[in-house]
Design a protein around this ligand. Structure first.
Ligand SMILES: NC(=O)c1ccc[n+]([C@@H]2O[C@H](COP(=O)([O-])OP(=O)(O)OC[C@H]3O[C@@H](n4cnc5c(N)ncnc54)[C@H](OP(=O)(O)O)[C@@H]3O)[C@@H](O)[C@H]2O)c1
Length: 273
């Protein structure tokens, strides 16, 4: 995910190469990756963030405490700290780096790798307008960005963070369905994928409520109303409501568990993803 953000930045503004530094666990891998992108790299996390205006934390939640300890002395109240670690509250980052540090917490999704993420983000209590601008400058090159209050980050996780899973499953089902009615797998997957992307684009371009658009394609006695009857009987919409609600609750639960483990300093806190 960190690499996706770096690629997005470089693609949007190649001059950023001079200002971007990567770090990671394996120096030879980091140097190779940085070389491929044409950006700088550092042998340690502390060295990577030294003097940086913005620091992006893209490690697994359970590794975050050790990384925060490594960078703590290099962070000042002027630094923007953008964390994408799922389930980690801004207060936890502030408690290590200092209450005056501008912390931004974001939840992108896997589509960031193709620069089509739906990303929610929130500001920590000391974050200033410049922290918001810096975070947006990093998140916008990989997709659509929406700001929410921190208490809605679990809902963002349930809807768009976990969202690719729902749609991959729907695409798999539609692809199977195409095969069932006689299409080849390749043709079925191609048609299903473009139908999903095209339908999303219609909603985006018109700004209409999806129910209105659905009504427009439902002609009397036609295929759409027949399929709709079948989907309503199967309860597709209720299934989606249940799934997003369950994922949101799971995100809340993992966040609580992670914080409890953290407060007792257990080293192996479970990842929130
Ligand atoms: N993947 C998603 O769809 C997604 C969506 C939303 C949020 N997130 C969040 O994004 C974060 C990264 O997830 P990911 O899926 O990208 O995980 P990942 O593929 O495992 O990447 C984590 C990166 O952190 C590096 N790393 C490990 N220990 C480190 C250390 N001590 N110092 C510096 N770098 C270190 C890893 O390097 P090595 O490879 O050398 O171990 C790896 O490059 C997580 O907090 C996750 O919750 C992910």
């Amino acid at each position: 995910m960190g690499l996706a953000l770096a690629r997005g930045l470089v693609a949007t503004d190649p001059s950023v190469r001079k200002r971007l530094r990567l770090s990671g666990r394996d120096a030879s891998r980091v140097s190779k990756t940085a070389g491929g992108l044409g950006v700088g790299w550092a042998r340690s996390n502390g060295e990577a963030v030294r003097g940086a205006a913005t620091v992006v934390l893209a490690v697994k939640p359970q590794i975050l405490p050790e990384v925060l300890d490594e960078i703590r002395t290099e962070i000042s109240p002027r630094t923007t700290v953008l964390s994408i670690a799922a389930g980690v509250p801004t207060t936890m980052i502030e408690s290590t780096l200092g209450p005056k540090v501008g912390v931004v917490r974001a939840m992108p999704n896997v589509a960031a790798s193709v620069r089509a993420s739906a990303t929610g983000f929130c500001l920590g209590r000391s974050a200033r307008p410049i922290d918001r601008r810096r975070a947006r400058a990093i998140l916008e090159p990989v997709g659509t960005v929406v700001e929410v209050d921190e208490n809605l980050m679990d809902a963002v996780t349930g809807l768009s963070g976990t969202g690719p899973l729902y749609l991959f499953l729907i695409l798999e089902g539609l692809s199977d369905a195409g095969v069932k009615v006689g299409l080849s797998r390749a043709v079925a997957t191609q048609l299903a994928t473009q139908t999903l992307a095209g339908s999303a684009e219609v909603v985006r371009a018109t700004g209409e409520h999806p129910a209105k658009l659905r009504d427009l394609v439902t002609s009397p006695g036609g295929t759409a109303i027949t399929a709709l009857h079948s989907l309503e009987r199967s309860g597709l919409k209720a299934m989606l409501l249940d799934a997003v609600e369950a994922a949101t609750h799971r995100s809340e639960e993992l966040g609580r568990r992670w914080q409890a483990l953290r407060s007792t300093s257990a080293p192996n806190a479970e990842s929130a993803r």
